[in-house]
Write a protein that binds this ligand. Sequence first.
Ligand code: HEM
Length: 333
Amino acid sequence: MKQLLFAAKRMMIPMQLLPFLLRTTPARLRRWMIPILPIRDLQVAKKLVDVMDENSRSILEGKQAAIARGDSAILEQIGRGKDIISLLIRAAEKSSAEDRLSEEELRGQMNVMMFAGTDTTSTAMSRILHELAHHMDVQEQLRKEVTQAAAHGDLEYDVLNKLPLLEAICRETLRLYPPAITASRQATRDTVLPLGIPMTGKDGTTITEVVVPKGTIVHVGIKAANTRCSLWGADALQWKPERWLNPLPSAIADADIPGVYPKLLTFIGGARGCIGYKFAEISIKVQLAILVKGFRFEVSDKKVAWKLGQAEAPTFEGKHMLPMVVSMVSHDA
Ligand code: HEM
């Protein structure tokens, strides 16, 4: 998945043609053209998309077969029939022919979710572990919080979701290192955007708003909004989970930030905001709670470089990885 994002990033200029090609050529022709175009990244992207599609196809077939075999077969499946794909298959079966999602559309949904949900979540996990390795005191506090909460067995959803330090660590990492640093939107009508901070024009006049005509592409600076000193304070660029354990500065508390996630644009907002944010949040918390309870993460002597594809990914000597020193935690009293 990461390779796909990096390949797409390197093809930024030819990709500008994509909307035009989508409008003017059938999918079959586009696929036929790819092997003859001398763009290496395009061949890489095609191969990766085919792998993703093949995976979706085999998962979908497995789910459909289990649903056809009946309840006991469904219970053996990951998600036990409550996962989104099983729900979509069942909904499709109950819908009229004209409303029904076709096989291709179901696979399309799966591909989008895998694409949108995998690297975003794994990047956030990498960032959290990296920060915890640089802040061993916070890591120890988190281990204590999780271990105490799990003293009587498995952590229930509600308990896990309310652990204050775990929550603060997730929020702070998603604030400072949003996996998607920008998003684009197209204005559906003429509008005027007020500026939070006025600007001075070339002729010296003060500009307090910007006219946005219908059709304009607007790039939303997710990371810029999440780390703005005038809102978050002078320490906006520092990783400080404790900021979420205390009342937020009034500038940010009072700011109207239309994110689905309070005060952050990490999952953006509005009708096309991230539909997976709750899932992402709980899966990060589950993974983190299990990992930190069982293992200690320390910085290694290998220099990690964070490279921007669509999401920022850790690399070492050009390979996607996050070298760390990991040891088991002893829970003997
Ligand atoms: C930390 C994890 C995640 C982050 C930071 C994140 C962030 C975002 C952002 C910024 C968008 C808007 C992209 C755009 O319009 O350009 C988006 C869209 C989307 N996300 Fe997430 N996401 C995360 C995890 C997930 C997960 C786990 C899923 C699914 C299981 C998911 C499914 C989607 C889908 C389907 C969309 C497209 C929604 C639409 O266009 O209507 N995301 N996400």
